[in-house]
Design a protein around this ligand. Structure first.
Ligand code: AMP
Length: 189
């Protein structure tokens, strides 16, 4: 199965997607993780990406698409993958459709996790304190929320029109949320 995980920062996409990949036995394709790993390469391309990440901005579609297309070409992605934090723009969503169509493995499902914005901001500030993430300051949290609303939220409509969307209430314990995700997947398979 090819699944996209959508949702604002702080909604629990990371936690839930880790559980879901182990449940479905598909690779976890997290562009945030891939970018954080690539930063260590020392290439100037990634230095620019790091500046965007630290400022709560999106990195360029071209860079992200190059990483994803390289990742999808690996054999473990032949039958499925869970995309976490990708796509984040309409350009990326259209490019993903094209990439998957070329391989005759279209997207099966889009899970949108949603939750109260104030609660999500609080969660992110707590996470910043625990994980020391350099992109979780109060200012970048606001910025990332704003960018999500402007650039990523339109994807909800894009996928709803194709009847691929399942909305998941992300407020609750991780177990409760995961149960809702499992139910949504069961409905579609
Ligand atoms: P994440 O771990 O998914 O929250 O991503 C952390 C940061 O990496 C984001 O705030 C962006 O700066 C960058 N990033 C991750 N995925 C993407 C993407 N699909 N498109 C553009 N920027 C991304």
């Amino acid at each position: 199965m090819f699944i996209v995980f959508l949702g604002p920062p702080g909604v629990g996409k990371g936690t839930q997607s880790r559980r879901l990949v182990s449940y479905l036995q598909v690779p976890h394709v997290s562009t945030g993780d891939m970018l954080r790993a690539a930063k260590a390469s020392g290439s100037p391309v990634y230095a620019a990406a790091e500046r965007c990440m630290n400022a709560g901005q999106l990195v360029s579609d071209d860079l992200v698409l190059a990483l994803v297309s390289e990742r999808l070409a690996q054999p473990d992605c032949s039958k499925g993958a869970l995309f976490d934090g990708f796509p984040r723009t309409l350009v990326q969503a259209e490019a993903l459709d094209k990439l998957l169509e070329e391989r005759s493995t279209p997207l099966d499902l889009v899970l949108e996790l949603y939750g109260d914005e104030n609660e999500l901001k609080k969660r992110m500030m707590r996470r910043a304190a625990i994980e020391h993430r350099s992109d979780d300051t109060a200012e970048t949290v606001q910025q990332r929320m704003r960018i999500y609303r402007l650039q990523t939220e339109p994807l909800v409509q894009y996928y709803a029109q194709r009847n691929l969307l399942e909305r998941i209430d992300a407020m609750g314990t991780p177990d409760e949320v995961f149960e809702r995700i499992r139910t949504a997947i069961a409905k579609r398979t």
